[in-house]
Design a protein around this ligand. Structure first.
Ligand SMILES: Cc1ncc(COP(=O)(O)O)c(C=O)c1O
Length: 483
């Protein structure tokens, strides 16, 4: 029988290059603390207590706060997930109300359901071309807050999974005029402060709570994250209470040590490491931008209207002008070239890069895509000029909200074949993972566009999570309130 631990043992012997998280890229030279049994301890004498820090952990969190320019920083060993759950819960009251970008990660929706919040949505514009979720615009926030005066906090994801950044400074000014806290999910932007090639971090732009996954873009172990606080619009004691609720009472010293090692490394030699990385990245982006059929999404997408700014550490390779779709290119990179990408959609594949990426890794990706294009030409597979049915309409879907998420999750539910579910009320979250943004939330009407999207995703081999059924795709719907 294949076992997980043996499979993990065997995996590192295979020569597969990771253009995915974690940001240490399994490069042992990039981290100062290697995980191992000898460092796995509990709260023994001299090692402090994460939930009541007064010693070494207090100091370590203060060092992280100084590095990022926060007033206070909390370690999370439950990723940005734990930190976002704590942030939303700390800034709202049970049965209250929250304004969120519709493309927030599912953990924000989970906080909404736990706190029985009413949720109001900010829909990002969709970019033309590429069909990416764009930025949230300040005017949208202004409008929404005047229509929903009961909102207690605003949550924006910036950067998005694809690297799209919103104008946080302008948004924060509006949110603060309403005396509300702005929570920014910057899970994918923990590297921003370390080089001017990347967008400006939300910390210092007026955000009150900023969440960073260190493990996504920096050399730190999976699950490591930081929650930064600035100003006094968010209640620190509430944050402390919820951070204790959403994390284990036995936080791993390997994970906390990994956060500390990462912060110390960046404090000591961040500028040198980032300088070298950005040089490697720029050279690779220049080469990738010369591809004939695969298009590297870059600066030209930034227009202040739809995309305020873009994180160029992400390699978004749009394949709509080629003869393969996203899942086919993703599989081909893996099977033929030993390259594991982070994510695929119908029309693009995404690679994540970091300071731990090697010259050899970048070279392998550039060469693989050049070779793939060469093989298309040699075999006469002239890429179709006709763009595939665009994914533009499918990235963020809006279904009429019939019930708040938390209430919908408590209702009786039943299954229905997906093709017969139009007009019913969803009894589950449905999403592609990654990126984990709900296509539908419990309590929302199922639209024909949602059904079309799910069908298209499945036809292309993408897995929609949250569906059920053994003999065909079925969807959980609420027993009452369906048409
Ligand atoms: C935008 C965004 N926010 C939050 C999270 C959760 O982060 P973590 O994996 O650190 O819990 C993710 C995970 O992919 C994400 O993409």
């Amino acid at each position: 029988m294949e076992t997980l631990y043996k499979k993990l043992e065997a995996y590192h012997a295979r020569d597969i290059y990771p253009f995915h998280m974690p940001g240490h890229k399994r490069n042992e030279g990039a981290v100062d603390l290697l995980p191992g049994l000898t460092r796995d301890i509990t709260e023994i004498e001299g090692f402090d207590d994460l939930h009541h820090p007064t010693g070494i952990l207090r100091g370590a969190q203060d060092t992280a706060a100084r590095l990022y320019g926060a007033d206070e920083t909390f370690y999370s060993v439950n990723g940005s997930t734990g930190a976002l759950l704590a942030a939303v819960c700390a800034c709202t009251t049970h049965g209250g109300s929250v304004l969120i970008a519709r493309n927030c990660h599912r953990c924000v929706y989970h906080a909404i359901s736990l706190m029985q919040l009413d949720s109001h949505y900010l829909y990002p514009r969709i970019t033309v071309p590429y069909g990416l979720n764009g930025s949230i615009q300040p005017e949208q926030v202004e409008r929404a807050l005047s229509v929903h005066p009961d909102v207690q906090a605003v949550v924006i994801t910036s950067p998005t999974y694809d690297g799209v950044v919103s104008p946080i400074k302008e948004i924060a000014t509006i949110v603060h005029r309403h005396k509300l806290p702005l929570i920014v999910d910057e899970a994918h932007g923990a590297h921003f402060p370390f080089h001017s090639y990347f967008p400006v971090s939300a910390l210092g732009q007026g955000a009150d709570l900023v969440i960073h996954s260190l493990h996504k873009t920096l050399p730190a172990l999976t699950q490591t994250a930081l929650l930064h606080v600035r100003g006094d619009l968010a209640d620190r004691e509430q944050i402390r209470r919820y951070m204790a609720m959403f994390q284990t009472s036995s936080p791993s010293y390997l994970l906390m040590g990994s956060i500390d090692a990462c912060i110390q490394k960046l404090s000591r030699s961040g500028s040198g490491l980032f300088g070298e990385y950005v040089d490697r990245l720029k050279r690779s982006r220049t080469r990738l931008s010369k591809l004939r059929f695969v298009r590297l999404v870059g600066e030209s997408l930034i227009d202040r209207e739809t995309v305020w700014d873009l994180d160029l550490s992400k390699l978004i390779l749009d394949v709509e002008g080629s003869c393969m779709d996203g899942p086919q290119v993703y599989q081909c990179l893996l099977k033929k070239y030993n390259i594991q990408m982070e994510m695929e959609t119908l029309t693009y594949v995404l690679g994540m890069t970091s300071i731990a990426d090697t010259e050899e890794g970048f070279e392998r990706l550039c060469w693989a895509l050049e070779d793939l294009e060469g093989s298309w030409v040699r075999r006469g597979q002239i890429p179709s000029k006709e763009r595939m049915a665009s994914s533009q309409d499918l990235s963020v879907l809006s279904g009429e909200k019939v019930l708040p998420i938390g209430r919908a999750m408590e209702q009786d539910r039943t299954r229905r074949p997906i093709l017969q579910s139009e007009g019913c009320v969803s009894g589950a979250f449905l999403y592609l993972y990654p990126p984990g943004i709900p296509l539908a939330a419990p309590g929302e009407k199922i639209t024909s566009r949602l059904i079309e999207a799910i069908t298209r995703f499945q036809d292309t081999g993408l897995t929609v999570q949250g569906l059920t059924g053994t003999s065909g795709p079925e969807i959980w719907i609420l027993c009452h309130g369906n048409s």
